[in-house]
Design a protein around this ligand. Structure first.
Ligand SMILES: C[S@@+](CC[C@H](N)C(=O)[O-])C[C@H]1O[C@@H](n2cnc3c(N)ncnc32)[C@H](O)[C@@H]1O
Length: 202
């Protein structure tokens, strides 16, 4: 996608501080619940949620015994997560800063991706794919939610499957069949669908 479509001056911290967060879901993402039910997310796994924001999936996974890391640029969002964790008695690692620069000491079993790839400028997508390859152990899973949006610009920036196949090449990722993706309309964001699918790091 051309860089001129990039929205300038988008400040996540300001948006959280002002409570202007239309991307937030009122409940747990149904795809996460489906993945948990299917055995994709099990106690003891190391999982990272890049750009976790204030989303409840972090607390949900911590409560289910996963070793969770949540990363975000926004101190306001992470303070919310810390407060929620403390109120429930579960714990998680919270990292503040640019998650694309994160290089963990030990690899992760899972990456849970919820409205993060569609939030970063497309020029950063290759850096993200490089980071994902570094984060995940061979055979680790990227639980992807690819936002579908035809209109250029963002965020959210569209993540059409052909572009995703280029970004996550078959040399490094085992792809599910297109028919194995499930579409989940977003409850706000004009109901744009997210395609849920599991990519396996080779
Ligand atoms: C659209 S929001 C999604 C938040 C959350 N995943 C959810 O679904 O509610 C995108 C999130 O990514 C965070 N973010 C954007 N760029 C980032 C970066 N380079 N490193 C870490 N977090 C980033 C923002 O602060 C924001 O919380």
């Amino acid at each position: 996608m051309a860089e001129e479509n990039e929205r300038s001056g988008f400040n996540w911290e300001t948006r959280f501080a002002a409570n202007e967060t239309p991307w937030e879901r009122p409940d747990l993402h149904p795809a996460m619940l489906a993945w948990a039910k299917a055995g994709e997310l099990t106690p003891g796994q190391r999982v990272i949620i890049p750009g976790c924001g204030r989303s409840p999936e972090l607390g949900f996974l911590a409560a289910h015994g996963l070793d969770v890391t949540g990363a975000d640029l926004s101190s306001t969002a992470l303070a919310f997560q810390r407060q929620h964790l403390d109120s429930t008695g579960f714990d998680a690692t919270l990292l503040e800063g640019d998650v694309l620069a994160h290089r963990p000491d030990a690899p992760y079993d899972r990456v849970y991706e919820q409205t993060f790839l569609c939030a970063i400028p497309p020029r950063l997508r290759c850096d993200y794919e490089t980071a994902l390859c570094d984060w995940l152990k061979p055979g680790g899973h990227l639980l992807a939610l690819f936002m579908q949006k035809d209109v250029p610009g963002g965020p959210p920036y569209g993540c059409a499957l052909p572009a995703m196949r280029e970004l996550f090449p078959a040399q490094r990722w085992i792809w599910p069949a297109d028919s194995d993706f499930t579409a989940w309309p977003h409850p706000s964001l004009s109901g744009k669908p997210e395609l849920a699918g599991v990519l396996v790091r080779r």
